[in-house]
Design a protein around this ligand. Structure first.
Ligand code: ATR
Length: 274
């Protein structure tokens, strides 16, 4: 069992977790808004992560973020779900209150806020999502609601099929096999596979779906370009982004759930660059 210091009230749980910038962002917010709380990262055991999260909340934890590979697996410890967590089937934020544990998903709204802020997205855009796991689940609903058409492909195509069926009631969504991709035009391609983190991608994307204007967005990030970003640049795209903007925006929405304060985010980017 993990032992927690008294003012460690917030944490991100994942495995692996060393890459996470969430502690930096949230500790920045807590300091800025004069909270005497700490946010740490916890590498949870793949077998006992539910127990570890419950242990955290029993020992003074007030809120948590959940990341790879647990986002679809924490439902059983939630007492209440927000609508966006319910619809997405994926949870990235937990909050403890006197009723129990609230499960929320701020990934989708975080991504959409960033795409809008960067002026990258328009209604009716065709968006290709690579991947059909928890990360993909979290972003589909807000993109559909915004009015985009979603195409989804995945190494295991059956999972893309299931996901597209599930979200059909919210808008235009279709799954495509790799050999069908070239028949479509995509304004935005989003990497929602965990390939960059674990190993190299075995999802071989046809090069002819990229052009200079294709917006390529990796939901993940690193200190340098991710494998997906390198690939997109090599294939000619001039508009390639990592997921830092999404990360900061989803964090802001989580912080709001925990504290009722929506933090200003502009100065966080400068802080992260340092
Ligand atoms: P998460 O819930 O965080 O999204 P996940 O459910 O394990 O994690 O899903 C990870 C996604 O990345 C899946 O779409 C997975 O493809 P499969 O469904 O075929 O497993 C994809 N993925 C992981 N490693 C990959 C790799 N090396 N190449 C291509 N796709 C990969």
């Amino acid at each position: 069992m993990l032992n927690f210091n008294k003012n460690i009230c917030y944490a991100v749980f994942g495995n692996p977790i060393n890459h996470s910038k969430s502690p930096k962002i949230h500790n920045f917010f807590f300091k800025k808004y004069n909270f005497n709380e700490k946010y740490i990262r916890i590498c949870a055991s793949k077998q006992f992560f539910l127990k570890e999260i419950l242990n955290f909340f029993e020992n003074g934890g007030k809120g948590a973020n959940i990341t790879l590979p647990f986002k679809e697996k924490v439902f059983s410890i939630c007492t209440v779900l927000t609508k966006r967590a319910q619809i997405s089937g994926s949870i990235n934020t937990l909050k403890k209150n006197n009723i129990g544990i609230i499960g929320d998903n701020t990934d989708g709204i975080g991504l959409l806020t960033d795409l809008k802020y960067k002026n990258l997205i328009s209604k009716n855009d065709n968006i290709l999502i690579l991947g059909a796991g928890g990360a993909a689940r979290g972003i589909i609903y807000p993109l559909l609601k915004f009015g985009c058409n979603i195409y989804i492909t995945n190494r295991t195509i059956q999972k893309a099929k299931i996901l597209s069926k599930e979200f059909l009631k919210f808008g235009y969504i279709k799954y495509l096999k790799l050999n069908q991709l070239h028949k479509n035009k995509f304004q935005i391609i989003i990497n929602a596979t965990s390939a960059g983190i674990s190993d190299h991608s075995s999802l071989v994307i046809p090069s002819n779906i990229f052009n200079q204007k294709t917006i390529c967005y990796d939901m993940f990030y690193g200190n340098t370009d991710t494998n997906f970003m390198k690939l997109c640049k090599n294939l000619g795209s001039k508009k390639v982004y990592n997921g830092i903007g999404m990360l900061v925006n989803q964090a802001a929405h989580s912080f709001f759930l925990w504290t009722d304060i929506f933090p200003k985010i502009n100065d966080v980017f400068n802080f992260l660059k340092k």
